[in-house]
Design a protein around this ligand. Structure first.
Ligand SMILES: NC(=O)c1ccc[n+]([C@@H]2O[C@H](COP(=O)([O-])OP(=O)(O)OC[C@H]3O[C@@H](n4cnc5c(N)ncnc54)[C@H](OP(=O)(O)O)[C@@H]3O)[C@@H](O)[C@H]2O)c1
Length: 227
């Protein structure tokens, strides 16, 4: 009977745990870790063919679609640039109610590479949260993990540290559980406003990676707490 149902309904019958919006480098990295954790993953892209290509690359059970569809996962990860994340949260509106919405963005001013585009005393995560509907819980996570290290699942032989900031304990816990199951270490650092420091510090790290004086600080490095 189970086999018959599986044949009849195929992938559509499986629940989605995690929806990843975007089909770029971070989408690939986070989806790789999600699949390692045994999660059911959905990729939604603005271009159906690109979403399909990434889903197929990741595995036969990965669902895909376009951002015109409502995200099915209880965790929705915005793997897109900051401006796109704001537009998508606005466009989805109440379709995000009840979900944990993960902001991974680094709102760097890429024209000057000398500042963030968010005002001091704010953060991308807080700006996104202000646009989210009531009942959606925005969590900052993964902004300090580089895409290649997520695919590899480690940096310098160490599990990745994933810094998490959010105002809702259940949403923080949902992201932490996913991170643990995916073989990484979740570090819940505080409320959503801690995103200001997470985004600021990652900006410093990015300038170091772009600086030839730090020749060893490449995109395969990781930000970690050690003792
Ligand atoms: N790369 C890293 O190591 C890293 C680390 C930490 C955090 N981040 C953050 O992660 C986010 C994604 O970075 P990335 O490296 O994955 O970039 P990327 O490889 O350039 O991918 C960006 C993705 O966003 C999609 N996108 C852009 N505008 C969109 C829209 N309006 N609606 C739907 N999808 C849209 C793109 O779709 P198309 O392909 O159709 O254009 C693409 O799939 C950024 O906010 C970045 O700051 C990156």
């Amino acid at each position: 009977m189970k086999n018959l149902l599986a044949r009849l309904f195929g992938k559509k019958n499986t629940m989605t745990d995690i929806t990843i919006i975007g089909n770029g480098n971070m989408a690939r990295g986070i989806a790789t870790r999600a699949l390692a954790a045994g999660k059911n993953v959905e990729i939604l892209g603005q271009d159906a063919a690109k979403a399909q290509a990434l889903a197929n690359e990741l595995g036969a059970n990965v669902k895909y679609g376009t951002t015109a569809s409502a995200p099915q996962g209880s965790i929705v990860i915005l793997s897109v640039p900051f401006d796109a994340a704001k537009s998508l949260v606005t466009a989805y509106g109440d379709q995000l109610a009840g979900k944990t919405v993960v902001d991974i963005t680094n709102p760097v001013n890429f024209e000057t590479f000398d500042s963030l585009v968010v005002a001091p005393g704010s953060s991308a995560a807080e700006e996104i949260a202000a646009l989210a509907p009531a009942g959606a819980n925005v969590v900052k996570a993964f902004n300090t993990t580089f895409a290649g290290t997520l695919v590899a699942g480690e940096s310098a032989g160490q599990p990745l540290d994933v810094f998490i900031a959010g105002d809702n304990p259940d949403a923080n816990q949902a992201v932490s559980s996913f991170v643990s199951a995916a073989g990484m270490r979740p570090l819940v650092v505080g409320p959503l406003k801690r995103s200001r420091e997470l985004e600021g510090f990652q900006f410093v790290l990015m300038t170091m990676q772009a600086n030839p004086e730090f020749a060893d600080f490449n995109w395969d490095t990781g930000l970690a707490v050690t003792k």
